[in-house]
Design a protein around this ligand. Structure first.
Ligand code: ATP
Ligand code: MG
Length: 244
């Protein structure tokens, strides 16, 4: 039997009562798989990622991440699980503007001892340097992160997400500001570094990548369509069709 990195069952979520956003009967993501999640704007992709990473809690249902039911964990236990086991690449990167490139990359390991403990390189700064070289940003390690180009900041965000080998890497539309060639390059780089991390640490790094751009789907093991997963969307679509 293969373990699931992510398993949602009968999940319902609304930001405000009476306005449901998500209703997912079942969603499984196998450990070590690379999944591509797509869906139109407003269909609930970021909401789903926030539920998977334990930032939001559903009103109903269970969310197992790496075998732990998030809905039975305290807020601080969810924070610890997220910090130690999930690397998150945000659409706007969310890099810390007053920290250097090096400090931004090292941050998850400084905040979460479990991430720090998984580093194979003898020192944390050595690991930051190794990743920065791999991503071709090593010449900027001591620069303020705000002095980097957008493409360079994206690579800082990749390094910060994968340092200390989190079991699950989530990327929320990290390529939306890029042209097609640069999207492909970003994705190849992200795929390569997650595969390398897997080889180095023999961990099964699971990747969940969100984009509007379905042409990127060929890079992934499985394709998830949010309108198909989200029964609330289907319900909306059928009532809209009935109204026409
Ligand atoms: N903090 C919030 N409070 C209330 N409603 C919200 C909040 N965040 C999102 N929503 C609503 O939930 C729905 C899903 O939003 P979500 O951000 O998950 O969509 P998305 O698929 O990520 O869209 P996009 O592709 O534009 O990023 C939308 O109708 C949105 O208005
Ligand atoms: Mg979104």
């Amino acid at each position: 039997m293969t373990a699931d990195a992510v398993h949602l069952r009968n999940v319902r979520f609304a930001y405000t009562a009476g306005h449901p956003v998500l209703w997912v009967d079942e969603l499984r993501i196998q450990a070590g798989h690379r999944s591509f999640l797509h869906g139109p704007s407003g269909s609930g992709k970021t909401t789903l990622l926030s539920l998977i990473s334990g930032v939001l809690v559903p009103q109903q249902g269970s969310i197992h991440i790496l075998g732990q039911d998030l809905t039975h964990l305290s807020a601080s236990a969810r924070d610890t699980l997220r910090g130690s086991q999930i690397g998150y690449i945000f659409q706007g990167f969310n890099l810390i503007p007053y920290l250097s490139v090096e400090e931004n990359i090292a941050l998850p390991c400084n905040l979460h001892p479990a991430r720090r403990a998984r580093i194979a390189t003898p020192t944390l700064s050595g690991e930051v340097e190794r990743l920065a070289r791999r991503l071709d940003i090593h010449r900027h390690l001591h620069a303020p992160v705000t002095h980097l180009s957008v493409g360079q900041q994206q690579r800082v965000a990749i390094a910060r997400a994968i340092i200390g080998s989190p079991a699950l890497v989530i990327a929320d539309e990290p390529t939306s500001a890029l042209d097609t060639d640069r999207r492909e390059a970003f994705l190849s780089l992200l795929t390569e570094v997650t595969v390398e991390a897997k080889l180095r640490d023999s961990t099964a790094m699971t990747l969940l990548f969100v984009s509007h751009d379905r042409s990127l789907a060929a890079h992934f093991d499985s394709l998830l369509s949010l309108p198909e997963i989200n029964r609330y969307n289907q319900h909306m679509e059928s009532s809209e069709a009935a109204a026409q």
